[in-house]
Structures are given as C-alpha cells and as structure tokens.
Design a protein around this ligand. Structure first.
Ligand code: NAI
Ligand code: MG
Length: 331
C-alpha cells in the first residue's frame, strides 16, 4: 500500500485534545501512515503573528489528508483570518460533507440518515467585506462554475444513497445569487433522472428538519445555510460531540469535527472524542480503507450503546477512558 501522508493540526482549545484521540485510534487501525504536525489558529497568531503560517499551508498542500481539531476565531481582531476557511479556499476543498445519522442516545431523534453537502469556498464566506455609508456590507458570491461543481457532487453522492436531493435556497429574496443556484440545480436534476429532486426555502427547511427530519436524504446548499442547518441537525442526534465533517477537493481532503474549540473545556480530559473519531471514519472511507472505517464506526456506536460515554451524552467517563474502551474493542 502507498504510504499515506497526513497533516495533523490540533489548533486551539479542545482541538489538540480531540486530535490526540483521533490519531491514537488511527495509528492502531493504520500503522503505516506518515504524520506531520503543524500549527494554526489563535495560538499560532499570538506566537507567530499568523493564524495560518505558510509552512502549515505548504504541508497541507503536500498531504493526502489533513486531520484538523478546531480553532478559536476571535471576532473582534481586525483583519484576523479564520485558518480553516483559508485552508478550504487555498486547497480548493469545495465540497463540505456532513453526515447525520441517529445514534443509540436517549431522547434523540430516531431514523435520521441524511447528508448536508454545502459549497465550501464562496457564498457569504467569501471574506469580502467593505465599508459603506453608515456601516459595512459583505459580499455573497455564487458562481456558475462553483455551483455546478457542488451540485454534480451532491447528485452523484445521492445516487449511492436513497436517491433524493433537496436543494436549499432563498431564491424568492436573493433572486440573482440563489436564483442562479436553483436554476442550475434544476438543470443538473435532468442529468440524473434516477434521483428525485425537490427544492425548499432555507427557513422552511429549518422547520422541516425539526418536524420531519427522516424525509431528507441529501441536502445541497450554499455555504452559510449549510453551516447553520448542520448545527441544527446536530442538536437532533446527540449534539456537537458526535458530528463530523469532510472537506473534499480535487487533490486532497480535510477531516474535522463539526464542533469548535470549546475553550472552557480545554485540557480537562472531559469532552467527547467521538466527533473526531467519526471524522477519522470519514477519512478512512475517503482513503478506501472501508473495513477499518466500518470497524471504528461500529466500535464507537457500541461504546455509545454500552454507556461508555462522556458528560454530554449523560455519561461519567473521561475523554481518555472512552478512547481506551474503543482502542481495546477494535479487533
Ligand atoms: P463550540 O462548538 O466550540 O462549543 C459549543 C458548546 O458545544 C461547548 O460549550 C460545549 O458545551 C459543546 N461541545 C463542543 N464540542 C464538544 C465536545 N467534543 N464534547 C462535548 N461537548 C462539546 O462553539 P462556540 O463555543 O460557539 O465557539 C468556540 C470557538 O470555536 C469560537 O472561537 C469559534 O469561532 C470556534 N469554532 C471553530 C470551528 C472550527 O474550528 N471548525 C467551528 C465552530 C466554531
Ligand atoms: Mg459551524
């Protein structure tokens, strides 16, 4: 097997804690992997004046996969750039994929199995803001090329699943930008006659995700809508501690938990490592290491079933205890 090159970025807060958990399990499943550690985030900015040092970006470019913890992004520092947004743009990781499936967790929604796929490089996260009379404005960029690319990605993904795509937009108000996205989606749907396609306004979708989440298979949308809706679905299946995401580009891919750096829990051996472990599963799938992915997913779900979980899922176990349980049961 070709040696896999991995770039590991812990980041800030609980990022390094969950990264350590992910790497520990990964090394047991795939010992032949080359890992390079790099820095990014607010800590890197405080030390080196850059939230994403050039060296980090270069190692990301030269890696097959990147495993990313989480970063703190302080909102009020002028010209501060979120490193994760920049990595997504620089490496052209255009598809953000977040799977949500029901887990055996008390008081959570049953029978959910959906994917939120969002365009990951533009939209309202273009990073272009400017001063206007009396305040500022932000640019929401939607291009034909980027929309077609993500739509094609989503429709081909749906073909491998329950063959249903829901296009989320706000084309009744954002008539040019989302008007384009929606009309391209309708054209794309014609190329995939086996896939059922419908569309929904983003606010209606927010409601339907609570009312009838089981009716969704693949959701495809623009950058910020997908970001917000994915935290909503996380709330239905057990919280941010169990939700993972992939950022996929033409050359390589980055895997991370959906959650942020939760600074108040940093270094306490307290938070749930499972979002990171599910991110590792997605990475193994991407690397076509299906058996290893299935084994880790199955073992993590068994840990949940047996109550071997952290505080957020009602358990009494520490991060390291959950990881050790999973390590001992990967066979
Ligand atoms: P957050 O996701 O860091 O935390 C929100 C709450 O979720 C936490 O207080 C905690 O109760 C819970 N939580 C998160 N991860 C958990 C885990 N693994 N186990 C158990 N409970 C967990 O979001 P918040 O507080 O809004 O943002 C904190 C920082 O993270 C901000 O600076 C924000 O910009 C950044 N952020 C970074 C992201 C990334 O690196 N991709 C994504 C989202 C936020
Ligand atoms: Mg988010």
């Amino acid at each position: 097997m070709k040696l896999i090159k991995l770039c590991a970025i812990g980041g800030d807060g609980i990022g390094p804690d969950v990264l350590e958990s992910g790497l520990k399990v990964l090394k047991k499943l795939v010992p032949e992997i080359e890992i390079k550690f790099e820095i990014a985030g607010y800590g890197a900015y405080q030390k080196h004046g850059r939230s994403l040092p050039d060296h980090t970006l270069q190692t990301c470019r030269n890696s097959d996969v990147i495993l990313f913890g989480a970063v703190t992004t302080p909102p009020l520092i002028k010209n501060y750039q979120s490193p994760i947004i920049r990595i997504r743009q620089e490496l052209n990781l255009y598809a953000n994929v977040r799977p949500f499936f029901s887990l055996p967790i008390k008081d959570t929604c049953r029978d959910i199995d959906l994917l939120i796929i969002r365009e990951n490089t533009q939209g309202l996260y273009s990073g272009i803001e400017k001063k206007i009379d009396g305040g500022f404005s932000a640019e929401r960029i939607i291009t034909k090329k980027a929309s077609e690319r993500i739509l094609s990605f989503a429709f081909s993904y749906a073909q491998k699943r329950r063959k249903k795509v829901t296009v989320i937009h706000k084309a009744n108000i954002l008539r040019l930008t989302d008007g384009l996205f929606l009309s391209l989606a309708k054209k794309m749907a014609k190329k995939y006659p086996q896939v059922e396609c419908n569309d929904m306004l983003v606010d209606t979708c927010a409601f339907q995700l609570i009312k009838n989440p089981q009716s969704f298979d693949v959701i495809v949308t623009t950058n910020m809508f997908g970001d917000i809706l994915s935290d909503e679905v996380a709330g239905l299946i057990g919280g941010l501690g169990v939700c993972a995401s992939a950022n996929i580009g033409p050359h390589n891919a980055l895997f991370e938990p959906v959650h942020g750096s939760a600074p108040k829990y940093a270094g306490q051996d307290k938070v749930n490592p499972m979002a990171m472990l599910f991110a590792v599963c997605m990475m193994l799938d991407y690397l076509s290491l299906r058996q290893e992915a299935d084994l880790l997913r199955k073992t993590t779900i068994t840990a949940i079933k047996k109550g071997n979980v952290t505080y957020d899922l009602g358990g009494k176990y520490k991060t390291s205890e959950v990881v050790n349980y999973i390590m001992n049961n990967i066979k």
